[in-house]
Structure formats: C-alpha cells, structure tokens
Design a binder for this molecule. Structure first.
Ligand code: HEM
Length: 197
C-alpha cells in the first residue's frame, strides 16, 4: 500500500513521489510483481458545457449601436473591477480591444461580419491564452456583463438569450485553475432579479 495511514514525515522519498497529486479520488495501488507503485488514475476534470450561440433575433431587436454601447459599458465596468489589470492600460489599445469585442458581439448576434472579416476565425479560447483567466476572473467578468446588460434595458427574452450564450462560453476562457471545483454555473434565474425594475 502507499502510506495512507503514515504521517507526512514518516513517508520515504519513494513513497512520497508515488503519492497521488490530488487529494480526491486516489485510486488503489497498481502492483507490478513485488514492486508496488501508485497510479493516479486518469480522470475528467470538468466538461465544457454546450454553448448556445445567440439567434439573429438579438441583433434584430437591439440593432448595432445598442450592442456596441453594451460592450463599451462592459469594459468600463471591467476597468473599475478587481480584474482591471488584465486589460490594456493605454487608451488606444483599449479602444482597439473594445472595437474588436463589439465587432464580435455584433456578428455573433446576427449583425454584419465585422469580426471574421477583419480577424478571421474567432478561436476565442486560443486568443485568450495570453491572458491568465481563473475561475474568479470569469465571475468578475460575468458580473460586469450583468451590470452592463442591466443598463442596456433590452427586453427580458433578449437578455436571457444573451446571458445563456456568454455564461457557458466564458467557461471556455478559463485557462488557470485555482480551485478543485469546476467553474461555477451562473444561471439566468440567479441574476434575473437585477433586471427587475
Ligand atoms: C479579448 C479578458 C471572456 C471576447 C480579451 C482581452 C482580455 C480579455 C484581457 C484582451 C487581450 C488583449 O490584450 O489583446 C477576458 C476575460 C474573460 C473573457 C477575463 C472571462 C472569462 C470573453 C468571452 C468573450 C470574449 C466569453 C465572447 C463573448 C473577446 C474578444 C476579444 C477579447 C472578441 C478580442 C479578440 C481579438 O483580439 O480579436 N478578453 N475575456 N471574451 N475577448 Fe475576452
């Protein structure tokens, strides 16, 4: 066996190295003849949920300017948030980012192909790799969107459809884990109260 009832300091180096890297789901030792070594079994960490992309009815209901304003406000909140340091510090770079982010939202919501015609394939997860995004950063990002959506004043079904896209999609941008728990789901029902007048 692999030293489960032994105290930390009584473990031999060999035993310590063979110990499971995680505290959950330790698998039984595999034995190879008389030699026994621990195998940390393969496991799925978490599964990216489905991402229902918005339907063109969003763009039809809001138009381009309202979506651009939404993205602009989202970034204003982000800059005042605990994850402000992730964003470009200079005005010009920031304006470029907000323009691209708005191009993306407009296109995905059914508007003109501004994003893919200038940037190519979205590859959102890859494009976010240079930015360290942990579970907490995602939650802050989402809360900033909740507040920006609140100001946008879109009809409730539009708000819900938009949220049901960005909420699961944002999970795919998490590229730094800090907890055992998978990124928390934030269902629309849990933020809907923010939109009640
Ligand atoms: C770019 C943060 C999720 C859309 C960026 C950049 C940052 C960032 C810091 C700028 C990188 C640079 O300096 O170029 C985050 C954080 C997220 C998140 C913290 C939390 C999960 C999302 C999601 C979407 C999105 C869910 C889509 C709905 C974009 C777009 C760009 C961008 C379109 C510009 C990509 C380009 O340069 O073409 N994001 N992001 N982000 N983000 Fe996010």
């Amino acid at each position: 066996h692999h030293g489960v009832n032994q105290t930390e300091d009584s473990l031999s180096l060999q035993q310590a190295m063979g110990r499971c890297c995680c505290t959950r789901e330790a698998t039984p030792s595999a034995s190879h003849g008389s030699e026994e070594r621990h195998v940390c079994g393969s496991k799925v960490d978490f599964v990216f949920p489905d991402v229902p992309f918005p339907s063109p009815r969003i763009f039809a209901a809001t138009g381009e300017e309202a979506l651009r304003l939404l993205v602009h406000r989202h970034h204003e909140y982000l800059l005042k948030s605990p994850i402000h340091y992730l964003f470009p510090p200079d005005k010009e770079a920031l304006e470029k980012l907000v323009r691209r982010a708005a191009d993306f939202v407009v296109e995905m919501c059914g508007g003109p192909r501004y994003y893919t015609s200038t940037r190519g394939e979205p590859r959102m997860r890859s494009r976010h790799f240079p930015t360290t995004i942990d579970e907490r950063a995602r939650e802050v990002w989402l809360i900033c969107y909740r507040d920006a959506l609140k100001e946008a004043g879109f009809p409730l079904p539009i708000l819900e459809e938009f949220w049901n896209w960005i909420e699961p999609f944002s999970i795919r941008m998490v590229n730094r884990r800090t907890t055992w728990d998978p990124p928390r789901r934030v269902p629309f029902s849990s933020i809907q109260d923010a939109f009640a007048l």
